[in-house]
Design a protein around this ligand. Structure first.
Ligand SMILES: *[C@@H]1O[C@H](CO)[C@@H](O)[C@H](O)[C@H]1NC(C)=O
Length: 293
């Protein structure tokens, strides 16, 4: 593993397993010694560790939400986390899992899980910020109950595209059309990996009409199997971070199978796409919409 691969919990890179199965035992032994605290700092609130630090739980009560952030910054790579969302009545809660750079005109790649009343589905909102500009919300429902077990949410970020995945199904692509069409693309600023659980009841559930029920606090979201195979950049340095495996042709665009999957998601589960917002929010569809699958 030439790039800085860090494993937590039961995460195993299938690539490594396929290509270097003879050293699996070595990889697994390093997995066991790695804990959440090796990779992340608590940024605020109460974060509880379970299973020898292999599982982390964000909590939210009336006094505070909570969050963690990676110790390192990364420029391109693939980042995965298995998350189990707040169960029961999660209305008003927002569990965000995202990558973000520090600087003022920042870049950001977001998963935001918007809680809901019991029996009503979560909404997964994604967004992409480039040079400080976001406004690229898409929303989907999930095809499973995200509170019943852990599911794998991962981001592939390379020089050609950013792909958001849910259990290895692509749900969103943002292509690099910076040179072709002058559309800003996150490719200069290293990002940290962050997560927060917070009160978003002014907007998150039914447009802000449904509020957090504090009688049932604390709310808990759980995390495990963090995996990162990415170009790790120490603050201030600007490596090109080029020619890694995630830049190879097979990762530069979706294949036919992946295209079928993303169309399935969009057809059956998408509830909002900024590219098709006819409410007058945009006078015309933003330029990158022409390049979406
Ligand atoms: C999560 O999904 C990513 C992208 O498909 C994959 O590379 C990774 O191995 C998966 N991790 C787990 C623990 O399933």
């Amino acid at each position: 593993m030439k790039s800085s691969a860090k494993l937590l919990g039961f995460g195993i890179f299938s690539r490594e397993l396929v290509y270097i199965s003879s050293v699996v035992i070595l990889i697994l032994s390093s997995v066991e010694s790695s804990s959440f605290n090796d990779n992340f700092d608590i940024s605020w609130g109460t974060v509880t560790m379970l299973n020898n630090g292999q599982t982390a739980q964000l909590t939210m009560d009336k006094a505070s939400g909570s969050g963690f952030q990676s110790k390192k910054e990364y420029l391109f790579g693939i980042v995965s986390m298995r998350i189990k969302l707040v169960s029961g009545n999660s209305a008003g809660t927002v569990t965000s899992y995202y990558m973000s750079s520090d600087a003022s005109s920042h870049d950001e790649l977001d998963y935001e899980f918007l809680g809901n009343l019991p029996g009503k589905p979560y909404t997964l909102q994604t967004n992409v910020f480039a040079n400080g500009v976001g406004n690229r919300e898409q929303r989907i429902r999930l095809w499973f109950d995200p509170t019943a077990g852990f599911h794998n949410y991962s981001i592939l970020w390379n020089h050609k595209q950013i792909v958001f995945w849910v259990d290895s199904i692509p749900i969103r692509v943002f292509k690099n059309n910076e040179e072709a069409a002058g559309i800003p693309y996150p490719n200069r600023r290293p990002m940290k990996i962050l997560s927060t659980l917070w009160n978003g009841d002014s907007w998150a559930t039914d447009g802000g009409r449904v509020k957090v029920d504090w009688d049932i606090a604390p709310f808990v979201a759980s995390y495990q199997s963090f995996q990162v195979d990415a170009c790790s950049v120490s603050s201030g340095s600007s490596l090109p971070c080029a020619n890694n495996w995630w830049d190879q042709p097979e990762f530069q665009s979706l294949n036919q199978y992946q295209l079928r999957r993303i169309h399935w998601v969009r057809k059956h589960y998408m509830t909002y796409d900024y590219c098709h917002d006819t409410s007058g929010r945009f006078s015309a569809a933003p330029a990158e919409c022409a390049f979406n699958p």
